[in-house]
Design a binder for this molecule. Structure first.
Ligand code: FUL
Length: 487
């Protein structure tokens, strides 16, 4: 009897140990950030009187009557975005020129004073509705700098700005992002004063209480984008590229006189790559306009699908997000060149990643956590991001061999960590078996939400090996794949 109880005790202890997931490592993503990572590619849309002036930064003095997009079609824009593989749209509800694209009660300088829909239009609503109808998430950008408002620079303007956010947060459904720009102060119309106004952007907007009391309360699903957070950081350039080695973590340094790091105060050196072992999970967004400018200019052309595909690897493929600037023309639609570029890019991504060429391979790992099938290496080939291969505590640099029934040819490697347990891996390598020895195809560093590698030439083989070459803790890998560029 005693023996049986002891055996039972041992078995229970063993199975519960064997089922214990790896301890999380470092800063972790929140559920709202996990949802943001899944969005991967989205757009940011700029369309105000500035479009009709053919400028990038409206001064704030354009006549509201100039905003007259006779053929505005939110669905045309959203469908083009969807064909490009974009899963969300951040709509610039107010840019630096101060013109509000919804019938706000906070300023006369708004869409109801324009000929659009005979002064009865609400463009924020039209875009939000079209986005949701076609399955895209919706977010807003409301510029804190307002070159039209007479009160800009005084404490009264802060109340106006917050009320604008409150309107946007309460009338347009759940948002996936609230985008906060860093451009601040300078010359402007300011109700006719036409002067230069400087504010101290560390204190003037009181971001801490705005985000805590408004954004978090009214839009708990909205990821706050600004230079260094709170949820998503700026990548530090507008070229669409994160650093080759990218960490989703960062330690924001509070701006002088505040307890937060505010927009416009980025530590640009760390933004492109983040900080290994940073205190907070704040992944990078790579914002880049589809054309040269954020607003439509007839003399510019959209980026080529090849360029977009390359940027996809340098953003999403480095654990970041890709935010593509969409600029409707004066009709209120995306130019056919933009539509075509988005479609070719979207099709290429969709077709390339449609089939993981090693999905049916057999796998043999050197170690599986507690011999437990929950953590089997098979999980990295199952296409399910929720399952992962984990190893025992002391197996920090394990390897797994993948074997196919017949040879395959590929030129893309994809690797994903199970980021709910943090960003763990610091180095990995992939080899092909040549018949008598292993030959390294690629060696890389950080992984995180996703690491994509485009090889310089296609590789053919039947047996492969993934080696984790550096990690401070045991690993948790959710997906591993080989793909062939569908160009
Ligand atoms: C910048 C702004 O100044 C640009 O006009 C644009 O809105 C871009 C997305 O962010 O900081």
């Amino acid at each position: 009897m005693i023996k049986q109880i002891a055996a039972l005790f041992f078995l229970t202890a063993f199975t519960s140990f064997a089922q214990t997931p790896p301890k999380p490592y470092g800063a972790l993503p929140s559920p709202r950030q996990i949802a943001w990572h899944e969005t991967e590619v989205y757009g940011i849309m700029h369309f105000t009187p500035t479009t009709f002036e053919n400028k990038e930064w409206g001064f704030g003095d354009a006549d509201p009557k100039s905003f007259n997009p006779k053929d505005f079609n939110a669905e045309q824009i959203i469908l083009a975005a969807k064909a490009g593989g974009l899963r969300g749209i951040v709509f610039v509800a107010k840019h630096h020129d101060g013109f509000a694209l919804w019938p706000t009660k906070t300023t006369e300088y708004n869409i109801s004073k324009s000929p659009f829909r005979d002064g009865k239009g609400d463009m924020v609503k039209e875009v939000a509705d079209a986005a949701r109808k076609h399955g895209l998430k919706f977010g807003v950008y409301c510029s804190p700098w307002d070159r039209n408002n007479a009160k800009y620079g005084t404490p009264e303007y802060l109340a106006i700005y917050r009320e604008q956010l409150r309107e946007l947060y309460t009338n347009y459904g759940p948002l996936f992002m609230s985008w906060h720009d860093g451009a601040n102060g300078g010359d402007g119309y300011y109700g006719g004063a036409k002067e230069k106004r400087s504010i101290d952007n560390t204190t003037y907007y009181q971001w801490d209480s705005t985000w805590t009391n408004l954004t978090r309360k009214l839009q708990p699903t909205a990821n706050i984008f600004s230079d260094v957070g709170w949820d998503v950081r700026w990548v530090g350039n507008e070229d669409g590229e994160a650093a080759e080695t990218s960490w989703a973590t960062l330690t924001p340094v509070p701006s002088k006189g505040t307890n937060v790091a505010v927009p416009g105060q980025a530590n640009a050196d760390e933004n492109p790559g983040g900080t290994r072992n940073g205190k907070m999970w704040i992944p990078a967004e790579c914002d880049v306009p589809l054309r040269k400018g954020w607003f439509y200019h007839p003399d510019q052309k959209p980026k080529t699908p090849d360029k977009l595909f390359d940027l996809y690897f340098k953003s999403v493929g480095r654990g970041a997000g890709l935010d593509l600037g969409l600029a409707p023309d004066t009709r209120g639609q995306l130019h056919e060149d933009d539509v075509a570029a988005l479609k070719t890019f979207g099709d290429r991504v969709k077709n390339t990643f449609a089939t993981n060429l090693i999905a049916r391979a057999s796998s043999k790992a050197v170690n599986v956590r507690g011999y437990n099938s929950i953590y089997s290496a098979k999980n990295i080939l199952d296409g399910k991001p929720e399952s992962y291969w984990a190893t025992d505590e002391d197996f920090k640099t394990p390897e797994v061999t993948i074997e196919m029934g017949s040879p395959i040819t590929f030129d893309i490697i994809s690797l994903q960590e199970y980021i709910k347990l943090g960003q763990r891996i610091e180095g990995f390598a992939v080899d092909v078996w040549t018949g008598n020895e292993w030959k390294e195809i690629h060696a890389g560093t950080s992984v995180g939400a996703k690491r994509l590698v485009k090889l310089s030439a296609p590789v053919t083989g039947q047996k492969f090996r993934l080696r984790i070459t550096k990690s401070p803790v045991s690993i948790a890998i959710s997906e591993f794949g080989f793909y062939k560029d569908a160009q």
